[in-house]
Each structure stands twice: as C-alpha cells, then as structure tokens.
Ligand binder design. Sequence first.
Ligand SMILES: Nc1ncnc2c1ncn2[C@@H]1O[C@H](COP(=O)(O)OP(=O)(O)OP(=O)(O)O)[C@@H](O)[C@H]1O
Ligand SMILES: [Mg+2]
Length: 222
Amino acid sequence: MRSELIVNTRPKSNISENIRTIRTNLQFASASKKVKTILISSSISGEGKSFISSNLATAFAQTDKKVLLIDADLRKGRIHEIFKMKSNKGLSNLLLEDDMSEMKHYIVKTEIDNLYVLTRGTIPPNPSELLNSDKMKEVFETVEEIFDYVIIDGVPVVGLPDALILSKYADAVMLVCSIKYTPMNALVSAKQAFERIGVPVTGVVVNKVPNIKSNYYTAYYE
Ligand SMILES: Nc1ncnc2c1ncn2[C@@H]1O[C@H](COP(=O)(O)OP(=O)(O)OP(=O)(O)O)[C@@H](O)[C@H]1O
Ligand SMILES: [Mg+2]
C-alpha cells in the first residue's frame, strides 16, 4: 500500500510544500510563547487529522528537531498503521502505569530521523476519563522536557469531550476541514466550542483540495 507519509516519500510535491508552510506558520504563530505542543482536531470524523498530523510531525522532524507524535484517539487511532507498527502497547497502557519512567518502553523511534511515536494502545473502556487524568498531565510534562515538538493526533469535537480535554495540554490548536465534506456550520461550532473554554483556534487546514495538475492515480489532495 502506498505510504501516507507524503512529506517523506514525495518531498517536492505541492502538498509537502503546503505542509511545510503550515509548519513554518506554527513556528512563528506566537511572539510571546514558543509553540511546542500542537493539537490537530476537526469538527467531524474523517477530515484528515491523522494524515495531516503524521505529515506535519515528519515536516517538523526534517528541521532536525526531536519530535513526538502522540495518537490520542484512544477509540480508533491509526497512527500505528500509517507508520506500519504494531499497537500492542501505547498511550492508553502508559496511562495505567504507576511509574512514568516506564515511558521509554512505549515511545517508539520511527524510520524517519528525529521522529518518535506514541501509538494509541489497547482501546480502553473510558477514553475521556483517561485523557482527563492527572497521569495524562504528567505524560505531557515529561515529554515536553524531552522533545522539541509534540504533535497530538486528536479526535473530532462534535459529540465527544476528548478534543476539548486535549486542548488544555496544547499551545496551538489546528482544525482540519475537508473540501466538499465538512459542513461550514460544523466547522464554526467546533471553533466556538474551543473558544467557549478559552482556547483560541490557531488555524484551519483545508484538506483534500483536488490537485488539477496531477492525474487521479498519483494525486494526493492538497
Ligand atoms: N490530502 C489527502 N489526500 C489523499 N487522501 C487523504 C488526504 N487526507 C486524508 N486522506 C485520506 O482520507 C482518509 C481519512 O483521513 P484520516 O484518517 O487522516 O482522517 P481523520 O480525520 O484522522 O479520521 P478520524 O476522525 O476517523 O480519525 C484516509 O484514508 C486518508 O488516507
Ligand atoms: Mg484519525
């Protein structure tokens, strides 16, 4: 199957160029505080969060910074599939450990230099509770000491508290939307949901814009 890590496999494509532009914008998003932890969310499911977060993490790693991609979609996260890894042990399992020094057994180095992944782990019965736990706070405090950038592959806002919970650990929140797929009112509601809890949305990524220059079989949407 073709790799979804387009920034790695086709660095010269338009989409890779656009993802690097998003990276640069995030690097300069705030004059007062360095953006280190970035949450990728969306209004509804299937808009491209996992695709964008894994490519954005790759783009950050290409700047020689140490990057961790966390799959915080404890219900149906598929970062392990994108990186062709097993997801036996991951974030959900780490959150049940007493000792955070065990973390080194959960964070996996990828084939891309400087890029590490914490996969979803076993699907737990209580994802929201786990994400809202003191342990999760401890996980972020620890990884922020070790990594230059932490990218969180999140969940959609509509219908679940998880994305709003995750935003409290992030310095920047990006909303992915998808052309001809995301209803405008869903996008606006998602933005408002973050704003209601005092979290401004840093930016919106418009995904799956048809690339008229490429043919159907090789095209990745921009
Ligand atoms: N720009 C793109 N070009 C081509 N395919 C894409 C693009 N973005 C996403 N896809 C494809 O669309 C599908 C859904 O994307 P993805 O899994 O990233 O969405 P998601 O928002 O993470 O979904 P979920 O809410 O289920 O977690 C995947 O098969 C992915 O490969
Ligand atoms: Mg996803």
